[in-house]
Design a protein around this ligand. Structure first.
Ligand SMILES: Cc1cc2nc3c(=O)[nH]c(=O)nc-3n(C[C@H](O)[C@H](O)[C@H](O)COP(=O)(O)O)c2cc1C
Length: 281
């Protein structure tokens, strides 16, 4: 397996795909992972389906619209869950793991939470009553050249810009930024959070480290007026994605710990507390 930091660096939102199918052995590996069990850190079990052009008529496939954003997709990963507290975060966590798996296999991906025809995808993925399908991702080989729409889209949402450390990571309180030196072995873990994808690249995660209690508390900075997609906020999913990058990197570096809701986490208005990583020992 490739180091997770390499895979995270390699991932980007790919919106233009090569017009060729995925090699059988690669597709088999990915499909096995997709159809395997999925368990988020807060106990929810989202499920995932692959929707393939090969299993559909041309007419049916055309209904799976992405509003001109995605070019030449032949396969989509659809992620489904039952709404509940922390279920959106678990969903983001589990789906990002699959996105990184696809990246590791040399495949392009793109989280889509807004620009996809939700009811047509819902029918194709067999969404059941009470379930929700808040996002899909095309899966395939990247085209040699990015389409004009893709280039414009990246510029509009500022995809190549990530917030610097002092805006995201704090030492004890929001008045004190956490430097990579102070983060010690967790510097790489936090850097990988910084590189995570998020809806409209808003990067809503803020993390406060409490060295005495050995906790990293995750807060969400909600964008004002940001569209709530049915019962699910895309920004709650973003938080799960950030937790996934944190958890996978910590795990690979041998930094042991676990996720929990921490009643002692400080209130830091206007941020909302989400969850904490409690380091062992
Ligand atoms: C939850 C979520 C929803 C997203 N929805 C869309 C979308 O509807 N359409 C789109 O083109 N990109 C979408 N994106 C991709 C983001 O714009 C992208 O991750 C961000 O600009 C950073 O760029 P990068 O992924 O290339 O690093 C979404 C990303 C996330 C995490």
């Amino acid at each position: 397996m490739a180091p997770v930091s390499d895979v995270i660096l390699k991932r980007y939102s790919c919106r233009s795909y090569a017009d060729r199918p995925i090699e059988d052995s690669i597709l088999r590996q990915f499909s096995d992972t997709v159809h395997g069990p999925h368990l988020g850190p807060f106990g929810h079990q989202p499920r995932f389906e692959l929707i393939s052009i090969a299993s559909m008529s041309r007419e049916e496939w055309k209904k799976l619209g992405t509003y001109g954003v995605i070019k030449n997709a032949r396969l989509f990963l659809a992620g489904i869950f039952l709404p509940a507290p922390m279920a959106a975060e678990d969903y983001g966590y589990c789906k990002e793991k699959l996105i990184l798996k696809a990246t590791e296999l040399g495949l392009g991906t793109c989280w889509l939470g807004g620009t996809f025809a939700i009811s047509a995808f819902g029918r194709a993925a067999g969404v059941r009553e009470k379930e929700t399908l808040p996002s899909v991702s095309p899966i395939g080989y990247a085209a040699d050249r990015r389409s004009l729409t893709e280039r414009i889209m990246r510029r509009v949402v500022g995809s190549d810009h990530r917030k610097p450390w002092p805006e995201l990571f704090f030492n004890g309180s929001l008045s004190w930024p956490l430097s990579p030196d102070e983060a010690g072995p967790y510097a790489e873990v936090l850097e990988n959070v910084r590189l995570a994808p998020s809806a409209s690249n808003k990067q809503p995660w803020r993390i406060v480290c409490d060295k005495t209690r050995k906790t990293f508390s995750f807060y969400i900075s909600r964008a004002i007026g940001y569209r709530q997609l049915r019962e699910v906020s895309l920004q709650d999913i973003d938080m799960g994605i950030a937790m996934c990058h944190f958890g996978l990197t910590a795990n690979e570096l041998g930094l042991k710990g676990s996720w929990r809701k921490d009643d002692a986490a400080p209130q830091l208005k206007p941020l909302e507390y989400v969850a904490s990583w409690q380091a062992d020992g």
